[in-house]
Write a protein that binds this ligand. Structure first.
Ligand code: AMP
Length: 175
């Protein structure tokens, strides 16, 4: 099955020149959703993953399903200010300004083997911040798994340069 066909593209959203890759159509298609999760899990089956870390918000949906299939725990990686207990944060640059991701300070134990999951990697800024945060918390980040890669933006290379292997299912040209 070609899961690229289950992904909807919205031109010029949220601003001109961006092709927004909308996975809600994929999530709403039972077969496409199952095959996507199966394929995301496949490279990491047998890798003894303790925890899957999913980045807000679409990473929660995919990461939860991947964690279930790997029999792992799940860590929600949230935007600043959303988590109720003591947190640690990692800031990252946006095109305009700055943002931060957070996890609870006790979300990871030293040496836990963690797989990071999100729907899409573009510049890799979000993934890099997420991985640095997990590593600072004591995790060994075993890999990062995405449905979609935008290779022209270089994110996957950036993450691999950190020594973290990347897997993705579909590549789209452009931004
Ligand atoms: P980046 O930090 O540049 O790798 O951006 C990744 C984050 O932004 C992911 O959480 C994506 O969900 C979102 N994102 C970036 N570009 C797109 C796009 N063209 N379509 C849909 N989501 C995107």
């Amino acid at each position: 099955m070609d899961i690229a066909k289950a992904i909807r593209t919205i031109p010029d959203y949220p601003k001109p020149g961006i092709q927004f890759r909308d996975i809600t159509t994929l999530l709403g298609d039972a077969r496409a959703f199952r095959i996507t999760v199966d394929r995301m899990v496949q490279p990491w089956a047998g890798a003894k993953i303790d925890l899957v870390a999913g980045t807000e918000a679409r990473g929660f949906i995919l990461g939860g399903a991947v964690a279930h299939q790997l029999s792992s725990g799940f860590i929600p990686v949230r935007k600043k200010g959303k988590l109720p207990y003591h947190t640690i944060e990692e800031r990252y640059e946006l095109e305009y300004g700055e943002d931060a991701v957070e996890i609870h300070k006790d979300a990871v134990k030293e040496g836990d083997r963690v797989l990071m999951v999100d729907d899409l990697i573009a510049t890799g800024g979000t993934a890099e911040a997420t991985i640095k945060l997990l590593q600072r918390a004591g995790a060994t980040v075993i890999g990062a798994s995405f449905v979609i890669d935008l290779p022209d933006l270089g994110g996957a290379k950036r993450i691999e340069a950190m020594g973290v292997p990347v897997s993705s299912l579909v590549a789209f040209e452009g931004e």
